[in-house]
Design a protein around this ligand. Structure first.
Ligand code: GDP
Ligand code: MG
Length: 177
């Protein structure tokens, strides 16, 4: 464990996108380090984090990219998307606007990324059910229409975060095997 000679069979780049404050960085912290912070600073400078896991007896290094506070429309550069084989399109279930912006994030993603990129739509902050502004059905319907996977998550409660990342990584794995 932690042996430098550990063989890596695959490296998969996955990008996180979506409006500011939807919880992208906390989802990544949860997945990569099992951490969560309620007063997380706007992400500055950090490019990506990795976690190595095993899928079907192969070792897969997930390289998850997080926007460095570039969430303004069209501020995310094409370098961010380059080489990505997976994407997580995140909105906040308590902020309708973050869901209404999903089509343009999707359009931007599709114009920059590989056409075979695996995409999951994620409604984060499912712990705030009493403040819900986006019905699950609306998101599910949109995802179905666009051919995306869909899950609701809570980075705070650690609900479905692992599942969301594994859905993307397993699907990528299946398409290269
Ligand atoms: P980003 O700008 O998309 O990277 O969003 P952050 O990860 O920085 O999160 C923005 C704020 O939402 C922070 O105060 C987080 O603690 C909070 N947050 C993130 N995920 C959740 C969640 O699942 N539930 C709740 N209640 N708050 C969350
Ligand atoms: Mg962030």
């Amino acid at each position: 464990y932690g042996d430098a000679s550990q063989k890596i069979d695959y490296v998969f780049k996955v990008v996180l996108i979506g409006d500011s404050a939807v919880g992208k960085s906390q989802m990544l912290a949860r997945f990569a380090r099992n951490e969560f912070s309620l007063d997380s600073k706007a992400t500055i400078g950090v490019e990506f984090q990795t976690r190595t896991l095993v899928i079907d007896h192969k070792s897969v290094k997930a390289q998850i990219w997080d926007t460095a506070g570039q969430e303004r429309y069209r501020a995310v550069t094409s370098a961010y998307y380059r080489g990505a084989v997976g994407a997580m399109l995140v909105f906040d279930i308590t902020k309708r606007q973050t869901f209404d912006h999903i089509p343009r994030w999707l359009e931007e993603l599709r114009s920059h990324a590989d056409k075979n990129i695996v995409i999951i739509l994620v409604g984060n902050k499912s712990d705030l059910e009493d403040q819900r502004a986006v019905p699950t059905e609306d998101a599910k319907e949109f995802a179905q229409k666009e051919g995306l996977f869909f899950l609701e998550t809570s980075a705070l409660q650690s609900t479905n975060v692992e599942n969301a990342f594994m859905t993307v990584l397993t699907e990528i794995f299946n398409t290269v095997n």
